[in-house]
Design a protein around this ligand. Structure first.
Ligand code: 1HN
Length: 366
């Protein structure tokens, strides 16, 4: 039965009265909304979309000239607003992504919030982020974590600006109403610039767990995942594959790693999956779809995403959103393609929304 059809035809006046009553009582009958409430597969409002890094960076530079950073606004961060999400500052329904720009010698004040955050550094160095009192250097290719409720502020120690990618679970936190925020001190007293953070000195040794840290910690205690390690891990996979070993890469010519929590082996952040991918020149990631939404950023190289049949060419720094259940394949150009990706997959997996029978998993979106 369709309520709309019923409404269009001359109908029993008692039914007209009933719909008025529903409305007055704040009720909506399922039969008029079934397709929205129970679609056959995810029909995301978010759309596949690309933001050019060159354009983001150029606007960030202008913001750097015109907008001071300090207490109140807190961060000179410019968020990616997915065109399908009605003007919200959300890249996907669950993920927030932004370019953050810190000018020469600028300071972003200390605060903390319940939302989990990371920074991924496309280029540059010279900023230290101080996480729960631990100064952490930010350099090209590094992934830096700011788990929920950790105090954090940033300071640029150089006379050059620096920009990076911020990712947070703000939209998820907002949907669940789990947001808390607290301002820290107005001044950043610790301007020290150690090469290695305390977190790395304790946790940053492959496969070695300190006996002082045998209890699992739900948010990774390792504040920094350094490019030198990520790069070596990806290089190792591709080298072994070239030597004829099987099962060492994600797909032929496609090396990939997940940033993980050294105490549990789970995702580095409880709500956000973070990964690095490397495709050999000319290699491709075959088409697949996933019950999770992602944001990808090109770290190095050029290539293309094909999302739901639409081709999106990408180059250095470009960001692409891939909505839940969109079919995506990726092609490297004439050189190697390095890609950073983050997604809401840990949340989906914890809630077991990803376990579907194959017959359902074959349904298409377009
Ligand atoms: C935040 O604290 C940072 O610490 C970046 O750099 C972006 C977006 C919304 C709310 C807090 C940061 C943020 C943010």
């Amino acid at each position: 039965m369709s309520g709309q059809e019923a409404a269009a035809e001359p109908q029993d006046p008692r039914l007209t009265e009933l719909y008025k009553e529903f409305d007055a009582l704040g009720l909506i009958p399922l039969w008029t909304e079934r397709e929205d409430l129970m679609p056959l597969h995810p029909k995301p409002a978010a759309i596949p979309h690309r933001w050019r890094w060159a354009e983001l960076y150029a606007t960030a530079v202008k913001a750097g000239e015109l907008v001071p950073v300090g207490r109140g606004g807190e961060r000179r961060a410019i968020s990616l607003s997915n065109p399908g999400l009605h003007g919200l500052p959300h890249a996907t329904p669950t993920l927030w992504a932004a370019i953050q720009y810190l000018g020469p010698n600028e300071v972003a004040p200390v605060h903390r919030h319940a939302q989990n955050a990371f920074r991924f550094v496309l280029e540059g160095e010279g900023v230290w982020t101080i996480v729960d009192g631990d100064p952490v250097a930010m350099r090209r290719g590094d992934l830096l974590l700011t788990p929920g409720w950790a105090w954090h502020g940033h300071h640029n120690t150089t006379d050059q600006p620096m920009a990076w990618l911020d990712g947070l679970d703000i939209p998820l936190s907002s949907a669940l109403n789990t947001e808390f925020f607290e301002f820290g001190p107005n001044t950043l007293d610790d301007r020290s610039t150690p090469e290695r953070s305390k977190a790395e000195r304790i946790w940053g040794h492959p496969g070695l767990r300190p006996l002082s840290g045998l209890a699992d910690i739900p948010k990774s205690p390792l504040a920094a995942y350094r490019w030198e390690h990520t790069d070596a891990a990806l290089t190792g996979q591709l080298e072994l594959e070239a030597e004829g070993h099987e099962g060492v890469t994600a797909h032929p010519g496609h090396a990939a790693i997940r940033f993980s929590n050294p105490t549990t082996g789970a995702d580095a952040l409880p709500t956000i999956r973070t990964e690095m991918h490397r495709l050999r020149a000319g290699a491709a990631v075959p088409a697949s779809r996933e019950v999770a939404s992602s944001v990808w950023q090109v770290f190095e190289g050029e290539g293309a995403f094909v999302v739901n049949g639409g081709r999106i060419d990408v180059t250095h720094g470009d960001l692409v959103t891939v909505p839940s259940w969109a079919e995506v394949s990726i092609e490297a150009g004439t050189g190697e393609l390095d890609l950073f990706r983050f997604s809401d997959a840990p949340v989906i997996e914890k809630l077991h929304f990803h376990t579907l029978p194959a017959s359902v998993a074959e349904r298409t979106t377009h």
